[in-house]
Design a protein around this ligand. Structure first.
Ligand SMILES: [Zn+2]
Length: 445
């Protein structure tokens, strides 16, 4: 193979899986089947198409994190992210690091989206103007119907609408809504408290006021159809939430309002939480609200997006007391806790209320996704595994992720069938549970 045909062939990875006949049949069956998407950040279509979109918009989520990890200087990133910068210059700054980062899962997803949705098997200085023209041409009403329904065949996606501070209805043809209450759990300082006041129109002068504001936001979220409570506090602090008395939490709240303790800046904030007792108490309060309304709770565990972070904060074993304290609450633990997927395997095995979620994982690493699914199928009952959540802001990348997930599930089930784990028919049934039925039941019952 000459270099050119090697390049275009390698850009076609995944288009024709080189697997066993059973794997090919499973891929076909899962491609035909509608799936349920446990987690997204997708904007409403009106918001997406109201903004200009080009190749670098799509690269911004998450491929640019790996391009940055490869060494892209911060000043170059700023130039790339300025749409007024000439396209040739944006590419010249991006290309040397993209070349190194394009093989990661994030890079694979971006290449798949550009190839399958926009028809460009190669991303280069020559093809970039055409890619941008194709993205622009689709950036209008109907984009979501085409990408999410016709191409990705997603029945519905549970969206963390972190772009909406106040609860808002989402289009039920595409979405169900998960809501976060982290702003009430960890207001950070007096300014966070006053933002929560403005948001809810509840006066907050005490711990009781903060709880009332959280409860009002919770009720408003129920009114827009919230199907799950979500928390991403692993981005800010350790996931261990101790039982803290009202008196102790009140002392923290009063100190916060008086500006007595200063929250540390930068990386120290990951470990030094001056109002931790307040946060712990409020987290338990939100868990009680979820329990009262029989809502499942989605919790970010493992790797955080972006660059940097404090990995050990996100270990899912920190959450163990909650599984005992709220036995009727179903916990959907995200991202298989990667790289704590072994710990999560044990939690999913031991606790009837712990469910394990591969959202984001097939683009973090297809190999980790396959290895871990092999392991989980042997350790965790099949009703508790969610095999797909896109975790993207842009539907083209959700499509690419869904394609990778369908292929990985087909590959693992074909390998397991070959090893005598189950029959061909059972492989199909398990795939339908993992990709559709488990999540559908979880979020609609
Ligand atoms: Zn997410």
């Amino acid at each position: 193979m000459d270099r050119r045909s090697f390049m275009s062939h390698s850009a076609l990875f995944g288009a024709l899986p080189a697997g066993s006949p059973l794997e090919l049949r499973l891929v076909e069956a899962f491609d035909d089947m509608e799936i349920v998407d446990s987690h997204e950040h997708l904007l409403p279509e009106e918001a997406r198409i109201a903004q200009p979109a080009d190749f670098f918009t799509l690269a911004g989520h998450y491929a640019m994190n790996d391009v940055t990890s490869a060494g892209l200087p911060r000043e170059s990133l700023e130039r790339i992210n300025t749409p007024e910068t000439p396209l040739a210059e944006r590419w010249r700054l991006f290309e040397p690091y993209w070349k190194l980062a394009r093989f990661t899962g994030y890079g694979q997803a971006l290449r798949t989206a550009i190839q399958d949705i926009y028809g460009f098997p190669e991303i280069s200085a020559q093809t970039l103007p055409g890619i941008n023209a194709a993205i622009l041409a689709r950036n209008k009403p109907g984009l979501y119907r085409y990408v999410m329904k016709e191409r990705a065949r997603i029945r519905f996606a549970v969206v963390d609408d972190n772009y909406n501070a106040a609860p808002a209805k989402l289009d039920p043809e595409f979405f169900r809504v998960a809501r976060k209450f982290d702003r009430f759990i960890a207001p950070g300082g007096a300014s966070g408290v006053s933002a929560a006041e403005k948001l809810t129109d509840v006066s907050i002068t005490s711990l009781a006021g903060l709880k009332q504001a959280a409860e009002k936001s919770f009720r408003q979220s129920l009114d827009v159809g919230m199907v799950a409570v979500k928390s991403t506090l692993a981005y800010s602090r350790e996931l261990r939430y101790d039982e803290v008395t009202e008196a102790e939490a009140s002392r923290d709240f009063d100190a916060l309002m008086r500006g007595e303790r200063k929250a540390p800046a930068g990386f120290r904030s990951y470990v030094d939480r001056p109002f931790r007792k307040l946060e712990d108490h409020m987290f338990h309060h939100v868990m009680k609200l979820a329990e009262a309304h029989r809502l499942p709770v989605q919790i970010h565990t493992g790797l955080t997006a972006g660059n940097g972070g404090w990995l050990t904060n996100s270990n899912p074993t920190h959450l163990t007391n909650l599984f005992y304290l709220f036995p009727k609450t179903r916990f959907d633990l995200f991202h298989i806790g990667y790289p704590y997927q072994g710990e999560l395997s044990v939690l999913g095995k031991l606790f009837p209320n712990v469910f394990v979620d591969f959202c984001w994982v097939h683009v973090i690493s297809p190999a980790v996704a396959c290895r871990t699914l092999h392991e989980y199928l042997e350790t965790i009952p099949v009703n508790k595994i969610f095999a797909f959540g896109g975790d993207y802001r842009f539907p083209e990348l959700t499509y690419a992720h869904a394609k990778m997930a369908r292929r990985n599930v087909a590959r693992v089930l074909a390998e397991k069938t070959r090893d005598g784990f189950c029959s061909d028919k059972e492989a199909l049934e398990i795939g339908a549970l993992l990709l559709r039925d488990n999540a559908e039941r979880f979020f609609t019952s």
